[in-house]
Design a binder for this molecule. Structure first.
Ligand SMILES: N[C@@H](CCC(=O)N[C@@H](CS)C(=O)NCC(=O)O)C(=O)O
Length: 216
């Protein structure tokens, strides 16, 4: 038995960011193990052979190795601001599916356009913009993706928009998505985001435990 669930994570990974945000929001302490993707720790691969982060190992040994499932698990423990509501769940699932599917594919091709020489980077960016336009339309009507209050969808999607914005910041800053920029800036300035982006050295067996969020 571990004292805390163990979270294998990579600081900049958008999937790991959404998982850490949910765990921090729910105030569920975990032992954080920062991973180098090119040198993944053996215990992580033993728990989840597919080799992606985040991986959460619960105290009973069960493993959650999909970021959305980590979010659901965390919010099931504690959801103080009601990020999960019945009303928003259908919407949310559709947005997350599109984000993690077609948008993520375009984002990767835009970011690593040199690995996809069939088209120039702006072609992939234009494809990605279909999703950005959808988000922009929602955010023109309400401050958060599912309505008046921040919720699951905002946290699940925004780390990917952050990554998209960072590919060509000058382009993003003048793009026709002012509501999206405002929404992104709000989330980037949120104390929860600042907290989950603290830097940690990569984990090695036997090292002192890092408990996240905060020391317990
Ligand atoms: N569907 C997974 C995807 C996670 C994922 O692909 N994470 C990336 C890092 S951002 C990864 O671990 N890639 C493995 C690698 O680069 O070796 C989830 O939602 O947790």
């Amino acid at each position: 038995m571990n004292d805390y669930p163990i979270l294998y994570s990579f600081r900049r990974c958008p999937y790991a960011i959404r998982a850490r945000m949910a765990l921090a929001y729910a105030s569920v302490p975990v032992e954080l193990r920062e991973v180098l993707l090119k040198d993944k720790p053996r215990p992580m691969l033993e728990a989840s052979p597919k080799g992606t982060v985040p991986v959460l190992i619960l105290n009973d040994g069960s493993v959650i190795d999909e970021s959305i499932d980590v979010m659901h698990w965390a919010l099931n423990q504690n959801d103080p601001e009601h990020w999960v509501t019945e009303k928003s769940s259908h919407d949310r699932d559709a947005l997350v599916t599109e984000n993690d599917g077609s948008f993520k594919t375009c984002l990767d091709r835009y970011k690593y356009a040199d690995r996809h020489p069939e088209h120039p980077a702006h072609h992939y960016r234009e494809e990605a913009c279909r999703f950005l336009q959808e988000l922009e339309s929602r955010l023109a009507d309400s401050p958060w993706l599912s309505g008046k209050e921040k919720g699951f969808a905002d946290i699940a999607v925004f780390p990917f928009i952050r990554q998209f914005a960072g590919v060509d910041r000058a382009w993003f800053d003048q793009s026709p998505y002012p509501h999206l920029r405002h929404w992104l800036n709000d989330l980037l300035g949120h104390p929860l985001f600042q907290a989950v982006m603290a830097k940690h050295t990569p984990w090695k067996p036997g090292q002192a435990r890092v408990v996240f969020p905060g020391s317990q």
